[in-house]
Design a protein around this ligand. Sequence first.
Ligand SMILES: NC(=O)C1=CN([C@@H]2O[C@H](COP(=O)(O)OP(=O)(O)OC[C@H]3O[C@@H](n4cnc5c(N)ncnc54)[C@H](OP(=O)(O)O)[C@@H]3O)[C@@H](O)[C@H]2O)C=CC1
Ligand SMILES: CC1=C(/C=C/C(C)=C/C=C/C(C)=C/C=O)C(C)(C)CCC1
Length: 305
Amino acid sequence: IPGQKVVLITGCSSGIGLRMAVMLANDEQKRYHVIATMRDLKRKDKLVEAAGDAYGKTLSLAVLDVCSDESVKQCINGIKDRHVDILINNAGIGLVGPLESIPIEEMKKVFETNFFGVIRMIKEVMPDMKKRRGGHIIVVSSVMGLQGVVFNDVYAASKFAMEGFCESLAVQLLKFNVTLSMIEPGPVHTEFEAKMIQDVRQKEYPGTDPETVNYFKNVYLPSSVDIFEALGQTPDDIAKVSSHLIYFISNSPRFRNMTNPLYTPIVALKYADETGGLSVHAFYHMLFNLVCSYALISFHCRLVI
Ligand SMILES: NC(=O)C1=CN([C@@H]2O[C@H](COP(=O)(O)OP(=O)(O)OC[C@H]3O[C@@H](n4cnc5c(N)ncnc54)[C@H](OP(=O)(O)O)[C@@H]3O)[C@@H](O)[C@H]2O)C=CC1
Ligand SMILES: CC1=C(/C=C/C(C)=C/C=C/C(C)=C/C=O)C(C)(C)CCC1
């Protein structure tokens, strides 16, 4: 339909990507045609059901595995004139646990998906956007792209890598009238959380000393569950942020977009002390000395005030 913007979203089989696809495809003014992609179309049912009438009209499905050059090329070549107005890089995987127990191969998979997966998409879509002097690229980063969290070392590193990549690229893209923006959610209730808990139940942590396993299982995990319970947002909260970003494109949307104001002070701590000691010690005390959720929340609140 003329005037309709083509939005391509990665990782739409569940969670944030699914809700973004549904929200944009159900836009009352029908401003968007959403190409909701996933690596395995067998997982499409939840999306199709949630999309309702939009499915087959303002929402179409396509296969896309962000880890495969061929899959990315095939998907983009299958789009009319390869024209994508808005690219939303959402697909991503988590990884928690003591470093000693994680094989390098598993860490590479996280970078292959969260970092190179986004770059693969941008490389395929950006040249056409630059030629057209228009387009919007959104990257779903994380608060862990701005502040590391204990036992999330490699996941945080993959998101930090994205932040550095985007900060650098945004400057060039500005010259071509292409907008790049990031979204940094805190904890969100999606399959991400369930996958993490299931993963932890299955693993045995070989090669890790019992003291570290104890800190991970009995100190970090319960606090992490509390944090999700106390501060967790819904995928719809994040989808709303993406809708705003897209809608306000003409007003040059913000580059960074944290979705959970409770994390702002944590990030501010880092810039308040250039030696980095304040952040490291604050996290240490939050983890080891204030393990109950009320204490954690009141810590947040005191910082906010
Ligand atoms: N949930 C949270 O607390 C937070 C999440 N994020 C980020 O949000 C994004 C979405 O995660 P969320 O919705 O929470 O988690 P989900 O696990 O619910 O969704 C992740 C999606 O990514 C897809 N995916 C994974 N690998 C690939 C791949 N190689 N190619 C294409 N798709 C792939 C999954 O597909 P499949 O079904 O095939 O596995 C799934 O659709 C991620 O980038 C994550 O890092 C950021 C901050 C917090
Ligand atoms: C804040 C905080 C914690 C945990 C934070 C978590 C668990 C954040 C999760 C964010 C996610 C899931 C982002 C996804 O990209 C600890 C270390 C338990 C205690 C100290 C304070």
